[in-house]
Write a protein that binds this ligand. Structure first.
Ligand SMILES: Nc1ncnc2c1ncn2[C@@H]1O[C@H](COP(=O)(O)OP(=O)(O)OP(=O)(O)O)[C@@H](O)[C@H]1O
Ligand SMILES: [Mg+2]
Length: 239
């Protein structure tokens, strides 16, 4: 269980996360919000790449600051700004990431095959990353996040720029992972998460402004999730 308690983050005078409190258990949590809402900032904090001013984040009851290197074994992160090594083959990229994650050398080949199969990329591993389509790039990024079987998966706009077929394919992968993982997926696209998310979290200017299951949100508002999203954010010029 991951508990985010009253987390506030500012860059100079600008507060970008404002008293964010959330508890994440197994299943899919969708973080929905327009550009600049603070989605990636929250992801960076949860992956311990960014410090914050106040509040705390607890993993299994223990502050993530108190977790040492072993915290990195618990999380898999596919960031929004994706660095793929263009000249690497998919296999080399995953092997390299496995080395960075300290996967035992003797287990690396098997682990690379395992994560590649989970995203249906096992037959594409000899191609160079620059040859991959956008969807294949996203899938290999998801694959690296799965190395060493982390419990908490952070996916920052994993479906950006993908065609509908690839969106469905990734959605199915996330859905399978939901059984025994905690997934936090940041997105602008309601339809990517509507059918799979246990909970929707609407983030606006660093604040959680609405939260709940799709069913609850839609019942309470008597609107579709897409319309709720539009109502909450349409006034934003930077949507
Ligand atoms: N390194 C930084 N220095 C200063 N301000 C920053 C920095 N990184 C992000 N910000 C600001 O923090 C706010 C939140 O940014 P963030 O990237 O978390 O938003 P986001 O919800 O992920 O947006 P998007 O949908 O565009 O990815 C923005 O106003 C952004 O300008
Ligand atoms: Mg972002």
């Amino acid at each position: 269980m991951l508990e985010i308690q009253h987390v506030t983050k500012a860059y100079k005078d600008q507060i970008v996360l404002n008293d964010v409190t959330l508890t994440l258990k197994e299943g899919i949590y969708a973080l929905l919000g327009p550009n600049g809402a603070g989605k990636s900032t929250l992801m960076s904090i949860l992956s311990k790449q960014l410090n914050f001013e106040s509040g705390q984040v607890l993993w299994e009851g223990k502050d993530i600051q108190a977790w040492k290197e072993d915290y990195y074994d618990l999380i898999g992160y596919a960031p929004q700004q994706q660095g793929l090594y263009d000249e690497f083959t998919g296999r080399r990229f995953l092997t390299y990431m496995a080395l960075l994650k300290n996967v035992d050398k003797k287990d690396i080949d098997q682990e690379v095959e395992r994560v590649a199969s989970m995203v249906n990329m096992q037959d594409q591993l000899e191609k160079k990353c620059r040859m991959y389509s956008g969807g294949m790039k996203q899938r290999i990024l998801v694959a690296q996040a799965l190395l060493k079987e982390p419990k908490l998966l952070l996916f920052d706009e994993p479906t950006a720029g993908l065609d509908p077929k690839e969106r469905v394919s990734l959605r199915d992968i996330f859905s399978k992972l939901a059984k025994d993982h905690i997934l936090l997926i940041a997105t602008h696209v309601v339809s990517d998460v509507e059918s799979i998310a246990k909970e929707i979290i609407f983030l606006k200017q660093g604040r959680i402004i609405a939260q709940g299951s799709v069913e609850t949100i839609c019942q309470e508002t008597a609107l579709s999730l897409e319309d709720v999203y539009l109502n909450l954010f349409q006034k934003d010029t930077n949507l």
